[in-house]
Design a protein around this ligand. Structure first.
Ligand SMILES: [Fe+2]
Ligand SMILES: [Fe+2]
Length: 301
């Protein structure tokens, strides 16, 4: 058993596999982390230059301080709020993201269409028609076993209308589990809470984490369902805190008051990073713990 001090001054006691039945918190405040636990950070929609600069700066630090094994980020708004470019994808991967998910803004930057087939770690929703560039899932080998990530898009108040996400995800989860992949994360990019909760319940016991994206507002309903699936309706966004979903307050308020078309510039100022951290049992894919992640970075990125 080894004791390590993290950057935050927390003593992590790392036990060998088989020394305990499940993670527990010691009475002296030290944290036990068993070698079979995989620590995964998921960050919600990265908005514009402020969001992506903050994420790129913080990921290496968070990987250390939070003892992360695997990082997933949603990059659908990372290019000026509209889509993602190949350069931004490369920068996020180099900073430590293992997988980048997207959403309804996936095709906003035209050059990304040709980049998708070259980068399997960049996902688009799985419920696009067959033949769509890119893929909606990926499995990566890690030091703690294979980890699969799937992305799907909802069908309420969101465009374009895609194929049934529940059937598409169910089929893919069954395929991956049949291949022996037990650590599975789904990013469900959808507008309504009911769509997301239903997806989480449908997959309870079959995946490690179902986390929602798209609304840019973090919900406070993190929990572990009875079958062992971690769940959060929306991860929130990584972008300017003093804003309306990452855009300037003035522009969005004016739009709602006037009803007139206008541009929505990306806001400035301190950036808030939002997401979720889960610990997953690598042996069976069950979620052991879940906590919301919310970090305000005071310096303007
Ligand atoms: Fe979206
Ligand atoms: Fe978004």
């Amino acid at each position: 058993m080894a004791v390590e001090e993290s950057a935050h001054g927390v003593n992590w006691i790392v036990a060998e596999r088989g020394m305990g039945q499940s993670p527990c918190r010691a009475q002296d405040g030290a944290c036990f982390v068993y070698m079979s636990a995989i620590r995964i950070l998921f960050l919600g929609d990265i908005v514009g230059e402020p969001g992506r600069k903050a994420v790129i700066e913080q990921l290496p630090l968070l990987k250390q301080s939070e003892a992360l094994d695997f990082i997933i980020v949603n990059g659908e708004n990372s290019a000026g709020g509209k889509g993602i470019t190949s350069k931004i994808a490369i920068d996020l991967l180099r900073a430590g993201a293992a997988v980048i998910t997207t959403g309804d803004h996936v095709w906003d930057q035209q050059e990304i269409v040709d980049y998708f087939p070259t980068e399997p770690r960049l996902l688009r929703p799985i419920n696009y028609p067959a033949g769509t560039p890119g893929a909606g899932s990926v499995v990566l080998e890690t030091a703690k076993g294979r980890i699969g990530v799937i992305q799907a898009q909802g069908r309420s108040f969101i465009q374009p209308p895609l194929e049934n996400p529940y059937l598409a995800v169910e089929k893919e989860v069954e395929r991956l589990r049949a291949e022996g992949v037990v650590t599975l994360v789904l990013d469900y990019h959808a507008e309504t809470t009911s769509e997301k909760i239903a997806m989480g319940r449908m997959l309870d016991g079959k995946v490690s984490l179902v986390v929602g994206t798209h609304t840019h507002v973090q919900t406070a309903d993190e929990r572990i369902f009875p079958g062992g699936t971690g769940y959060l309706t929306d991860a929130g966004m990584c972008g300017p805190d003093d804003s309306v979903l990452g855009r300037t307050v003035e522009s969005v308020v004016w739009r709602f008051k006037s009803g007139m078309p206008t541009r929505f510039p990306i806001a400035k100022g301190p950036v808030r990073l939002c997401g979720v951290i889960v610990e997953v049992d690598a042996e069976n894919g069950k979620c052991l713990s879940i906590k919301r992640f919310d970090l305000l970075i005071e310096d303007d990125a």
